[in-house]
Design a protein around this ligand. Sequence first.
Ligand SMILES: Nc1ncnc2c1ncn2[C@@H]1O[C@H](COP(=O)(O)OP(=O)(O)O)[C@@H](O)[C@H]1O
Ligand SMILES: [Mg+2]
Length: 227
Amino acid sequence: MKQETIVCKSIKKSFTNGGKSIEVLHDINLTTYEKEMIMLMGPSGSGKTTLLSIIGGLLDQDSGECTILGQSINQLEEDIKTEFRGKNIGFLFQHFILVPTLTAVENAVVPLLCLGAPRQEAFSRASEILEQLGLGDQLHKKPGQLSGGEQQRVALARGFIHNPAIILCDEPTSFLDIDRGKKVMDILQRMKDETNATIIVVTHDQRILPFADRIVHIEDGVITQKS
Ligand SMILES: Nc1ncnc2c1ncn2[C@@H]1O[C@H](COP(=O)(O)OP(=O)(O)O)[C@@H](O)[C@H]1O
Ligand SMILES: [Mg+2]
């Protein structure tokens, strides 16, 4: 049987806006398995980014439980949580932030160096991934010299360079044309097959749906359909 990786049970989350509390996630139940690519779809404002942030331990739920690889992540102490996240979870969020003073390859290599990988090995792995993403000529350019789509691919490389068990992507193909978008999805799919990763992709992009093992729909903070 396939191993469970993310287990969300009865997740609720509210935000306070102008003194008023609004419940954004009502009762989210979701279980994912290793070697699974899940597309999370839903209208703007339906709670997709909020859910991804809770799963990634960037945001605490108000109630319910979310376990990642058997670990209830929001109960970990802050420094242990950071270490757990760094090792096990890769992020590609919509508002990806690259370090402006570092080159593409230097940005991509950061997670490996943080985990203590030997420098030369880390840099050659970063270069290899960036080459696969079509950025072989841009390795030594800084973010300001790259297009939005190129920056997004650097952020993607940084998100999975350390082979995390969980990869969370928020609209990873939104800046990319169809060919580049498919290339990114090909790479994620290969990651999944090679490392047994669980990948959650939030997307509006119908064109990448064929890559999904499972599609989950969310609407107004409720999962409405799993297929
Ligand atoms: N930090 C926050 N403070 C207040 N409201 C928020 C915050 N983050 C998200 N929201 C609100 O929660 C709802 C869901 O947001 P979000 O998860 O970003 O939706 P999606 O990613 O599906 O577009 C939206 O109405 C949004 O305005
Ligand atoms: Mg969002």
